[in-house]
Design a protein around this ligand. Structure first.
Ligand SMILES: NC(=O)c1ccc[n+]([C@@H]2O[C@H](COP(=O)([O-])OP(=O)(O)OC[C@H]3O[C@@H](n4cnc5c(N)ncnc54)[C@H](OP(=O)(O)O)[C@@H]3O)[C@@H](O)[C@H]2O)c1
Length: 287
């Protein structure tokens, strides 16, 4: 198009004219409501379709059915949140408290370094929750092993792990250097693997990995983040196949808090793609 502009322009005009005159028409579309998605696949499998087969989503049409057993949050057990002093980690701590948890471990490399973290800790402790701050780099196996031993020795039994540690280092893939890739893989991939290794012998109720919709949909400049989250999704499958509890949540954009709120350009890009932000309380209620 850039080398033969006049020719490309002539073609575009001709095609536009044909569309206007109805010579070129859109392909036929057969729609199925989401609740009848099986029929849509059957229709495709029988190769009877011409054009497109589309699935439509009307509000309230598809009932959400919990897949596994319900898990209660226990007051006599401990819950570990990695990245627990970040935006979504703190919301998770509040949500766990409301659900009945009384012993929380919030792990991060730099402790309660923000005003938001200090305020949340104060609120939780005022409610009588035993909150321990753990200064840990989750990508370091020795630190993770020591942390799990420490929990065993000084806290009620560990019943749940929420792996919310993560960082971003965005760039287009052609500019991305190995260090940028590794920086993002470290807390997510290595962190998740060490948690898997050092907790697999513990009878946990919950092993929840905070993945992202970016693992499924991709996002401009986030190939490293997409890959790191895809690892979490795969690890959850592996856990499940081993009969261990696991859930990898492909969170969409979380409103007001955390990494998305700090990067308005990413928010704007996702919003243009139709991904609107969800308040953390609503996200956690769904979880
Ligand atoms: N916010 C969103 O819209 C959104 C959407 C989808 C998924 N998620 C996922 O949800 C999780 C939490 O996100 P967020 O928004 O709360 O981000 P955040 O505010 O940046 O919190 C992430 C936390 O991870 C900790 N961390 C990073 N590297 C670590 C390491 N090596 N060891 C231990 N802790 C480490 C950081 O603390 P230190 O720097 O002190 O270590 C930070 O507090 C992330 O995994 C993210 O991918 C978030």
């Amino acid at each position: 198009m850039s080398e033969r502009r006049a020719y490309a322009l002539r073609l575009i005009k001709k095609v536009s004219e044909c569309i206007r005159q109805g010579v070129f028409r859109p392909l036929p579309v057969r729609t199925f409501p989401a609740a009848e998605v099986c029929q849509a696949f059957r229709h495709l499998a029988q190769a009877r379709h011409i054009g497109k087969v589309a699935v439509t989503f009307e509000p309230g049409e598809v009932p959400a059915v919990p897949l596994g057993r319900r898990t209660s949050i226990r007051p006599d057990a401990s819950y570990l949140i990695t990245g627990g002093l970040g935006g979504f980690g703190l919301s998770t701590a509040q949500w766990l408290t409301e659900a009945g948890a009384r012993h929380l471990l919030l792990a991060g490399r730099s402790g309660a370094s923000t005003e938001e973290a200090r305020k949340t800790l104060e609120t939780l402790r005022a409610k009588g929750v035993n909150v321990k701050i753990e200064t840990v780099d989750i990508s370091d196996p020795t630190q993770v092993e020591t942390l799990i031993v420490r929990v065993k020795e000084s806290m009620p039994p560990l019943a749940g792990v929420f792996h919310a540690a993560g960082v971003t280092a965005d760039d287009l893939l052609i500019h991305m250097n190995p260090e940028q890739f590794e920086r993002v893989m470290k807390p997510k991939m290595r962190g998740a693997w060490h948690l898997h290794t050092f907790t697999r012998h513990i009878p946990l109720d919950l092993f929840v990995l905070y993945s992202s919709a970016v693992s499924l949909l991709g996002n401009e400049g986030q190939a490293n983040y997409s890959a790191a989250n895809a690892f979490l999704d795969a690890l959850a499958w592996r856990h499940t196949l081993e009969g261990l509890p696991a859930l990898s949540v492909n969170w969409g954009v979380i409103d007001h808090i955390g990494m998305a709120a700090r990067t308005p350009e990413v928010l704007a890009h996702l919003s243009r793609a139709g991904l609107r932000a969800m308040p953390p309380q609503q996200a956690l209620k769904t979880l």
